[in-house]
Design a protein around this ligand. Structure first.
Ligand code: HEC
Length: 150
């Protein structure tokens, strides 16, 4: 990277995500993973309202939101570093850092279901979107039941 670019990133106070995740401040990692989940809920919720008939079905919004979710669903995970286990403002259970494989499997499951949701959205088949929405919701709940405090 050019010096100017590095300086620009430093000036913005951005965390360079990839390798830096392990070195980032634990409090920042918690904030960032929560932000990713907050946006996930923001774009997931309206799809639920539509497939449940609480809002008129808008195929363009469903497709757009599912696309956002495909990207968002990749974001929270590098924020779950063992260094965050002692942060106060978190509902993440410490088991996450002892059962890394199981936690990752749960995260992978959610991402796979979201890929199916995005495919269903593109197909325009509302029944398929409804089924995929349910499967994604189950995958959120399964992880929250196991790894998030009430
Ligand atoms: C593999 C585990 C896992 C999956 C899958 C998962 N979550 Fe979470 N989620 C967590 C954990 C752990 C927290 C607590 C994070 C914290 O407090 O540090 C959380 C927190 C949240 C929060 C609260 C964020 C905040 O600001 O405190 C929302 C909203 C949320 N998840 C929505 C979702 C939705 C919607 C899905 C499915 C589309 C989902 N999550 C899938 C583990 C998961």
């Amino acid at each position: 990277m050019k010096k100017a670019a590095i300086a620009a990133i430093a000036a913005l106070g951005l965390t360079v995500a990839l390798d830096a995740a392990a070195q980032a401040k634990p409090e920042d990692l918690v904030k960032q993973r929560k932000a990713a989940f907050t946006l996930t809920a923001k774009y997931f919720g309206p799809i639920g309202a539509m497939v449940q008939g609480k809002a008129p079905y808008d195929a363009a919004i469903v497709t757009r939101n599912a696309g956002f979710l495909e990207t968002l669903s990749k974001m929270p995970w590098d924020g779950f570093q063992a260094s965050t286990a002692d942060v106060k403002e978190t509902r993440a259970k410490p088991e996450i850092y002892k059962e890394g494989d199981k936690f990752k499997a749960s995260a992978d499951k959610m991402q796979a279901e979201i890929v199916k949701l995005a495919a269903a959205a593109k197909s325009g088949d509302q029944n398929a979107v409804k089924a995929a929405f349910g499967a994604v919701g189950q995958s959120c709940k399964a992880c929250h039941d196991a790894y998030r405090r009430d």
